[in-house]
Design a protein around this ligand. Structure first.
Ligand code: FAD
Length: 399
């Protein structure tokens, strides 16, 4: 077959790109090395519950156009993310707001909360300045930064252990810039996100991606002159004829398919055989448990565990994303992990060293007019889903 585009990766970026190209009349082949589509937003239905296989995914955006776009492919429920933090069996609301402060200090008013935070933060700054023999406070590490912004109670109970687990390092060894600010909300409001629009697609994210890829057509899809073919269990490196690290021109697959252009949404450094070096990531491990005898395990979709001694960072109870009230429940514990070759790369480590290396890969990629790089791995960027959609639509507009 002759295709206009080969899209490597059936995640959200690849699916939006493929869809828009089919609308433009192009024939697109989408491949993914996994045995399913939807990349990290994949949900699978078990016991009548849509399980977020790669961690909790809550759609939120202030981009009206993206919100309207995504609503064409799914109906969203009115889920609002209100995570709870558990510290040594004390429960606190997140993000830091009057409910958190009231529970922590037994106070009622914003003025009381602000006075306590200012006092604690001021004392910490004074102590650190004294120890360093200075009057101008400069945070030398994440611990100092957090103490100077939030004071000791919030730092010890809600920041320290969670952050150390996430990064696999002591807060004293982490750079201060990771926490630029710790937003404090002096109102009783547990809505985690500040965005205008928020929700979970009813029926799960996989169904949404199926619609993008034209696999599922619930209602009449307007006539498209283009087409999308999807192949899972298909690794780019086994599929495309290569000349060293670069696909042969014109691009051909081992099965004889050919393409004019490639959109690659896998790891950009892997694409170039790591010839300039390896980009670093944080990884995660998910442990999912089906509990047919328990109807409601924790009473909330997301509970963060903020003490260091508990190895996971959070437990997700999937049914609460869709207000499920059927029998049984499914929970997932999320463990942060160091990343090494072969592990799933979840979070790009966007520090100076890695960003510089990524710029070098971008320059290299610029030498290949017919190969585009997109998504969180191709663009080495922590993208939320709305940002992925925006970036994919922008890329389509440039073609
Ligand atoms: P991916 O979903 O990773 O898709 C890339 C695809 O390319 C993968 O399926 C992969 O198998 C495939 N691939 C790679 N290499 C090859 C190859 N050589 N051959 C064939 N296929 C290949 N965003 C939000 O907006 N809200 C949230 O609440 C949220 N929570 C998150 C929680 C976690 C734990 C994580 C990790 C991310 C979260 N995100 C969230 C971000 C969201 O997951 C991403 O924005 C989105 O999934 C990125 O889509 P993508 O297509 O760029 O990448």
């Amino acid at each position: 077959m002759k295709y206009d585009y080969l899209v490597v990766g059936a995640g959200l970026f690849g699916a939006v790109f493929a869809h828009e190209m089919a609308v433009k009349g192009k024939n697109v082949l989408v491949i993914d090395r996994r045995d399913h589509i939807a990349g990290n937003i994949y949900t699978e239905n078990k016991m009548g519950i849509n399980v977020h296989k790669y961690g909790a995914h809550i759609f939120h955006t202030s981009d009206k156009e993206v919100w309207e776009y995504v609503n064409r492919f799914a109906e969203f429920n009115n889920y609002i993310n209100c995570p709870v933090a558990s510290y040594k069996d004390e429960l606190y609301n997140l993000p830091f707001n009057m409910n958190t402060f009231s529970k922590m200090w037994g106070i009622k008013t914003p003025a009381e909360a602000k006075a306590i935070i200012d006092k604690q933060a001021g004392e910490e700054i004074e102590r650190m300045n004294q120890e360093k023999g200075t009057t101008e406070f400069v945070a030398d590490n994440l611990e100092e930064q957090a103490l100077s912004l939030a004071g000791r109670d919030i730092y010890e109970k809600l920041v320290k252990g969670y952050t150390e687990k996430q990064w696999g390092r002591d807060c004293k060894e982490l750079p201060a810039f990771i926490i630029k600010r710790l937003p404090m909300r002096y109102i009783y409001d547990n809505n985690y996100f500040n965005d205008r629009y928020q929700g979970i697609p009813i029926g799960g994210y996989t169904a949404l991606v199926e619609k993008l890829l034209l696999i599922r057509k619930d209602e009449e899809v307007p006539f498209l002159s283009g087409s999308i073919t999807v192949k899972t269990n298909t690794d780019y490196y086994d599929f495309v004829k290569m000349d060293g690290n670069i696909p042969v021109q014109p691009f051909e697959s081992v099965s004889g398919d050919s393409f004019d252009k490639i959109l690659f949404t896998g790891m950009i450094d892997e694409f170039f055989g790591y010839k300039l070096g390896t980009l670093e990531y944080r990884s995660l491990r998910f442990e999912t448990e089906e509990l047919p005898e328990v109807d409601n395990y924790q009473g909330n979709a997301v509970v963060n565990y903020t003490e260091r001694e508990i190895p996971y960072t959070r437990i997700i109870e999937h049914k609460h994303f869709e207000y499920g009230n059927g029998k049984g429940t499914i929970i997932t514990r999320e463990y942060p992990a160091n990343w090494k070759h072969g592990d799933e790369p979840y979070y790009p480590m966007n520090d100076e060293k890695n960003n510089n290396l990524f710029s070098q890969y971008t320059s290299l990629a610029g030498e290949y007019n017919n190969i585009l790089f997109g998504g969180r791995l191709g663009q080495y960027k922590y993208y939320n889903m709305d940002q992925v959609i925006r970036a994919a639509l922008d890329m389509v507009a440039e073609q």
